[in-house]
Design a protein around this ligand. Sequence first.
Ligand SMILES: NC(=O)c1ccc[n+]([C@@H]2O[C@H](COP(=O)([O-])OP(=O)(O)OC[C@H]3O[C@@H](n4cnc5c(N)ncnc54)[C@H](OP(=O)(O)O)[C@@H]3O)[C@@H](O)[C@H]2O)c1
Length: 256
Amino acid sequence: MYIKRLEGKIAIVTGASRGIGRGIALRLAAEGALVVVHYGTRRDAADETVNVIEATGGKAFAVGADLNTLDGVDRLLKSLDEELIRRTGSNQFDILVNNAGIGTSSLFEETNEGEFDQLFAVNVKAPFFLVQQSLGRLRDGGRIINISSGVTRIAYPSILAYNLTKGALNTFTLHLAKLLGPRGITVNSVMPGIVDTDVNAPWLHTEEGRKFAGEMSALGRVGEPSDIADIVAFTASPDGRWVTGHMLDATGGSHL
Ligand SMILES: NC(=O)c1ccc[n+]([C@@H]2O[C@H](COP(=O)([O-])OP(=O)(O)OC[C@H]3O[C@@H](n4cnc5c(N)ncnc54)[C@H](OP(=O)(O)O)[C@@H]3O)[C@@H](O)[C@H]2O)c1
């Protein structure tokens, strides 16, 4: 049972159908926020996130949009406007978590232009324009949280194109924090290390993979979505009001 620090707040979590995004949605809802559970293609998984939230007394609804294109960003905002006005009488919200993202398994030498562009489209371009188009909807005193990655601190050249997208996201965080500070809006990055989600399942769910990943962390284990969600909840809450423009390491002390 959590203190209801987010009662009366509305939070949008992109990519909340699965993995880290789902963990964040559950946690923000547990603190009292009405959560918009965004998904790309997995409506079934998004519905499951909503069901879990509602079953525990929380409030949420699902909205789908492919963030690979700017049309998708537009569609997300149009659906949000409709749904929020219908439910609350206004299209204003308080918290935006840019979590939806894709990874890569291509080595530097193998990465082609199409994959490079797609990584930047989903991981950088979509958050950029989603924030830009949300400025009139995000209330003063609001929160923007960008889910970046520990690979912006730890050299991991085997997935270089992905790492660049997260570096860009951290730069976005820094400059947005300055831009939006006068409105009392904080902007932070949260940088997970290896977390047990679908994207890592093929290699992490082996004895060897789990051992390798666990040994990276000073705390000796692999991260769970709730480890990241708890940090996001802090920055989203009134307790996080004096932290902005910050890159919060959420790697469990990996490669210290
Ligand atoms: N897992 C890790 O170890 C790790 C480490 C560091 C950073 N991160 C970052 O954390 C975030 C979440 O990762 P995760 O591991 O939880 O990923 P995940 O389990 O693969 O889930 C990805 C989420 O993003 C959505 N998504 C993907 N592509 C999309 C698109 N084109 N349009 C709209 N939505 C899309 C998915 O929607 P659907 O369900 O509809 O497909 C899903 O909800 C990502 O930004 C990732 O880079 C993850």
